[in-house]
Design a protein around this ligand. Structure first.
Ligand code: RIB
Ligand code: CA
Length: 302
């Protein structure tokens, strides 16, 4: 499998996606983006998660705001730190290299790369704009974002696409193959509260971390309820690693960028030759997904 790059805004569900990806994919490194929290916090959170797991993986700090708009964070969902609910050990401060030159180096030195993006698409859009000569080295981009029916930050828009609708529109119509995992499937894969004990059962700091993080997240995620808590981002990892768990439908998509109630809304447009299609996940084998997810998390069992 081609080398995998992760672009994330940890965030509780990003944390789960990060460690599941590291357990089963050839991850070359992580670029962090402003989204759930400011980029200084999403960068620190990524390093904190890796520290708890005892994993060395390159992490760099990317865009601090959307392409053309002020940043909107999800502090009511992820807390002031962006990863509230777990008392992380202190880690030494680090100076990040520039994410975009780091990406240029990594993508230049690899034959091909695959990208998984689980936050606003600002980093991905900026990099694609600046590197037309290297685009063919990107096999595909698997994105957690968007929704065909109903949003989670407004009635129309999913959070990642709401924060940076311009970047979302650019990436979806860039011509680079995109697999899109939106709320239509992430709201089907709900982690039930009684399943949280399985984190504890790993009997490692990683298990305890996820148990406490999801105890917090389950009380703050807007679509969490008695049936369970969405795990959003880890479905993008599953989509790349186990695409057969999903039903895929090619669609030409448009993202609303007017600053009104429709901002970030994703709509299907008549598929014209000019607009490249996006592979949209329209259904998921929920049981098969969770069976796969818990199997990958065995990597973190004592
Ligand atoms: O709408 C869910 C998405 O927004 C997830 O990526 C979550 O981490 C937040 O960023
Ligand atoms: Ca995210």
């Amino acid at each position: 499998m081609d080398t995998v790059l992760l672009d994330m805004d940890p965030g509780h569900d990003d944390a789960l996606a990060l460690l599941v990806a590291l357990s089963c994919l050839p991850v070359r490194g992580v670029t962090t983006v402003a989204g759930n929290q400011i980029v200084e916090k999403t960068y620190l959170n990524t390093r904190r998660i890796l520290d708890v797991a005892g994993i060395h993986c390159e992490v760099v700090r990317g865009a601090s705001k959307p392409l053309f708009r002020p940043l909107v964070v999800a502090d009511r969902v992820h807390g002031d730190s962006g990863l509230d609910g777990y008392d992380f050990p202190l880690i030494a401060p680090a100076r990040s290299v520039d994410a975009f030159s780091w990406l240029r180096q990594r993508i230049r030195e690899e034959p091909k790369v695959r990208w998984i993006a689980t936050g606003p698409l600002t980093n991905v859009a900026v990099w694609l704009m600046g590197h037309p000569d290297l685009r063919e080295k990107i096999t595909d981009i698997t994105v957690m974002g968007g929704a065909l029916r109903g949003g989670n930050v407004t009635r129309y828009a999913e959070f990642n696409f709401y924060v940076d609708p311009d970047a979302a529109q650019y990436v979806l119509t860039s011509g680079v193959p995109v697999s899109l995992v939106g709320l239509d499937v992430t709201h089907k894969a709900l982690l039930s509260f009684h399943e949280f004990y399985r984190f504890k059962e790993l009997r490692t700091p990683v298990g305890e971390m996820f148990y406490q993080l999801f105890a917090f997240f389950s009380q703050h995620e807007p679509n969490a309820g008695p049936e369970g808590t969405p795990v959003h981002d880890v479905l993008a990892v599953a989509a790349l690693a186990q695409p057969h768990l999903f039903q895929w439908t090619p669609m030409a998509l448009h993202v609303e960028r007017c600053d009104d109630e429709h901002r970030g809304k994703m709509t299907v447009i008549p598929s014209q030759g000019a607009v490249p299609g996006v592979n949209v996940a329209t259904d998921i084998d929920v049981e098969g997904f969770f069976s796969w997810m818990w199997q990958q998390l065995e990597y973190y069992r004592k």
